[in-house]
Design a protein around this ligand. Structure first.
Ligand SMILES: [Zn+2]
Ligand SMILES: [Zn+2]
Length: 131
């Protein structure tokens, strides 16, 4: 199994994953745009048991565009979000793909909230689309 390491900007908060992600998605929703400061977010989902976290994190609970709450864990020093949990999906952890800073990370296979997608964004061929 490939081990991968994700870190915040200042690297005091880090995590290691010991399995392949269950799913990698792109989200265009406004909340993700604000969280990332980018025009869409890319995140990978892992089983909780395959993620080991080290360092200090602060929590922020977001009331989702979808009506489901999400708890974001971010570095209190540099502010990067390193992982999050959705109330609706038990036992899973989402990790922003950029935190791995690894160009070989598996590509996203699903794109959601495309009604909020910026007009110039071009998605990878063959990606699955969802509202
Ligand atoms: Zn940090
Ligand atoms: Zn989103």
């Amino acid at each position: 199994m490939p081990q991968r390491v994700a870190t915040c900007s200042c690297r005091q908060l880090m995590l290691r994953t010991t399995e392949e992600p269950l799913r990698v998605s792109i989200c265009h929703c406004h909340a993700c745009q604000r969280r990332t400061g980018s025009v869409f977010a890319v995140q990978a989902r892992f089983r909780e048991g395959s993620v080991v976290v080290r360092g200090n994190a602060t929590q922020y609970v977001r009331k989702g565009d979808t009506g489901q709450d999400a708890t974001f864990h971010f570095c209190p020093v540099c502010g990067s979000t390193l992982y999050y949990q959705l109330d609706s999906v038990d036992g899973l952890i989402g990790v922003p793909v950029g935190a791995f800073a690894n160009p070989d990370f598996p590509a996203p296979n699903i794109s959601v909230f495309e009604e909020c997608m910026h007009s110039w964004v071009v998605l990878p061929e063959g990606i699955e689309h969802m509202d």
